[in-house]
Design a protein around this ligand. Structure first.
Ligand code: ADP
Ligand code: MG
Length: 475
């Protein structure tokens, strides 16, 4: 059996070797071990999740071509990810994770050549009253507590999460609302709670869903005339995790249905976990009655991690991916990328990639170039268009409204803020800012900048707007 796997894989390797750079071959193909062959499926073992993702991103085509040559049109490739040394767990273990969707949820085999089916809710509408229906949790097992490193910035949220996980529905943290800026770990932590609950209470029905998907399902249910089935489905869940609830703002129908589902779950001692990019007090266009429910439990903020936490997040990531990197380089990256864990990880990944492709050692100089690119890339995004988009998103209006001639106070203020930030973050002249933001003249822009300056010293709410938008623009 394993001989066949080996021979098939050897032939694939020969083909691949002829078609890619020697260094890339050495880095990404030599470490692979062919494990077994069953029917048309070849299982290969890769050293880390990073490795698997890299193969999927860069070599899926050549893998497919070579394997199809060997096994025919029905060829399948199954990755087995070997996790050598997982933190806090000395035992090596093996895991299979899905391919088509990176954030995919359930462990399943990776099936390269064929269609990219994304994991849908298998059973979105379940007839109520039937016991023991299986609902897929849609949880990502990689987003565990173990992998969610603790620091001052997340201690409250993390321990509240742990408390909820050990007694879902049985603490006063119901709902538990996790809020914080982009890339600070809200989604990760929300999954971790779900994963832990599933682990401790396998019989509980846990469901993770983004507010966006929830909204879509609701809209579909209205179209198909089965709104009640939709509601019943959600009412049988023991632990409901809704990610990015700010997405519900302005969507009154969905808010309304969520309100009823929430009440039902809460009254029945079921746990609700929510995440949001804003604190409840700052949420706009969310009905008061729903906001007041959000505040019943605990709102815990994820803040930007301090230097030590950033270092440990990086170290943990490298450890899990089986990559060695000198401390001074890790510290250099951590020192320079501050506001967003996702970017922090992104920088380290491109550093590894650069070094292995160009056969360069990972040096401080290489780190400097990459970090600069990261920092620059994010800065480059700040154009006047982008500023208008951020500001209008923040106030939940569209750009046309922001630019319109209306004198309504909140719209005027949004427009003035956009002008103020355009002045602050771009090199454009007052005249050019004016012409791009609703065809105003330079005097209007100047007036706007002064007004924003004044208001942000005298008006607390207004200052908050300035701070929030500044944060968004500098992420
Ligand atoms: P958000 O939902 O707040 O935008 P995510 O949960 O998607 O952020 O996190 C972005 C990335 O940063 C993910 O890869 C996540 O695993 C990682 N991350 C965030 N916080 C931590 C942490 N405390 N420890 C380890 N990884 C983290
Ligand atoms: Mg998220």
């Amino acid at each position: 059996m394993s001989i066949t796997a080996q021979t098939v894989w050897n032939s694939c390797l020969e083909f691949i070797k002829d078609n890619i750079q020697p260094q890339a071959y050495k880095t990404w193909f030599e470490p692979i071990v062919a494990v077994k062959l069953t029917d048309n499926a070849l299982s290969i073992q890769v050293p880390s999740k990073f490795f698997y993702e890299w193969l999927e991103e860069h070599y899926v085509k050549i893998l497919k071509v070579s394997l199809t040559k060997e096994l025919g049109e029905k060829a399948k490739l199954v990755y087995i990810i070997k996790m050598e040394n997982t933190y806090g767990n000395k035992q090596p273990f093996t895991e299979k994770i899905p391919s088509s969707n990176r954030s995919a949820m359930k462990s399943q085999e990776v099936d390269v050549p064929l269609n990219n089916k994304s994991p849908e809710l298998r059973n979105p509408f379940v007839i109520p009253g039937i016991r023991n229906v299986k609902i897929e949790s849609q949880l990502n097992p990689n987003y565990s507590f173990e992998n969610f490193l603790e620091g001052d910035s997340n201690r409250l949220a993390r321990s509240a999460g742990l408390a909820v996980a050990s007694k879902p529905g049985g603490t006063s943290f119901n709902p538990l609302l996790i809020f914080g800026g982009v890339g600070l770990g809200k989604t990760h932590l929300a999954h971790a709670i779900g994963v832990d609950i599933k682990d401790k209470y396998p019989e509980k029905t846990v469901l993770y869903i983004s507010a966006e998907k929830f909204t879509q399902q609701y809209i579909d249910s209205v179209k198909k005339n089965n709104r009640n089935d939709f509601i019943h489905f959600y009412q049988i869940i023991d632990v409901l995790i809704i990610d990015d609830v700010q997405f519900l703002s302005g969507k009154t129908g969905t808010q309304d249905v969520f309100f009823h589902i929430f009440n039902h779950l809460h009254q029945n001692g079921k746990q609700v976990i929510l995440t949001s990019d804003k604190a409840p007090v700052d949420m706009q266009d969310i009905e008061q009655r729903l906001l007041s429910r959000f505040k019943w439990g605990l709102s815990a903020e994820l803040q930007t991690p301090d230097f030590e936490t950033r270092v440990s997040i990086l170290k943990n990531k490298l450890y899990r991916d089986g990559v060695d990197m000198p401390d001074d380089i890790i510290e250099y990256v951590a020192k320079n990328i501050k506001s967003n864990v996702r970017e922090l990880e992104g920088a380290i990944i491109s550093l590894i990639a650069q070094s292995s492709f160009n056969k360069k050692e990972i040096t401080i100089d290489l780190a400097r170039i990459i970090v600069e690119k990261f920092v620059k890339n994010t800065k480059r995004e700040v154009s006047i268009d982008y500023i208008q988009k951020v500001v209008s998103d923040y106030f939940q209006m569209d750009i046309d409204t922001l630019q319109s001639k209306t004198r309504k106070r909140h719209i005027v203020q949004a427009r003035q803020l956009a002008m103020f930030f355009a002045k602050k973050f771009t090199k454009a002249s007052l005249a050019s800012i004016g012409s791009q933001i609703g065809k105003r003249d330079h005097a209007t822009v100047l007036h706007a900048c002064k007004t924003v300056d004044n208001l942000s010293t005298t008006d607390k709410q207004f200052r908050k707007y300035v701070e929030d938008i500044t944060k968004k623009l500098s992420v």
